[in-house]
Design a protein around this ligand. Structure first.
Ligand code: NI
Length: 135
């Protein structure tokens, strides 16, 4: 079993808040991410797959297959969008980096040919990331 990582980037706006919280509670809980007028992040997405390298090519997954699957299923639906307002995946779901990792997992699981999805890691800032390795 060999694991392969490919890195992607997308930009998106969001707001983290709980409807039942006051503005003060939201600010205490989510900090700057609770700004009512939205804000953006330059997200970095690491997708890690595993498998046996093909005996002929030596590849676990062809780069173009990897690239196209992630672009179509996990980048295009979110890039340059407001996650709260424009993306059905986050209707009623706070677009925290934790939840973004889980949503992207669900979108990619089973869609990477013979390679098996091992981990989705999403970086919200250079200091903060979340990873999901499946249910
Ligand atoms: Ni934020």
């Amino acid at each position: 079993m060999v694991r392969v990582t490919r890195r992607f980037e997308f930009c998106a706006a969001h707001r983290l808040y709980c409807r039942e919280f006051s503005d003060d509670e939201n600010r205490r809980t989510f900090g700057a991410c609770s700004n009512p007028n939205w804000h953006g992040h330059n997200y970095v997405l690491d997708v890690i797959v595993g498998g046996e390298p093909d005996p002929g090519t030596g590849l676990v997954i062809e780069g173009a297959v990897f690239e196209r699957a992630v672009k179509e299923r996990a980048i295009d639906p979110f890039d340059h969008r407001n996650l709260n307002l424009e993306c059905d995946d986050f209707k009623g779901l706070n677009p925290s980096v934790e939840n973004i990792a889980r949503v992207i997992w669900r979108r990619l699981d089973g869609a990477l040919g013979t390679a098996k999805l091992h981990c989705v890691r999403v970086w919200e800032t250079s200091k903060t990331s979340a990873e999901y390795t499946g249910p």
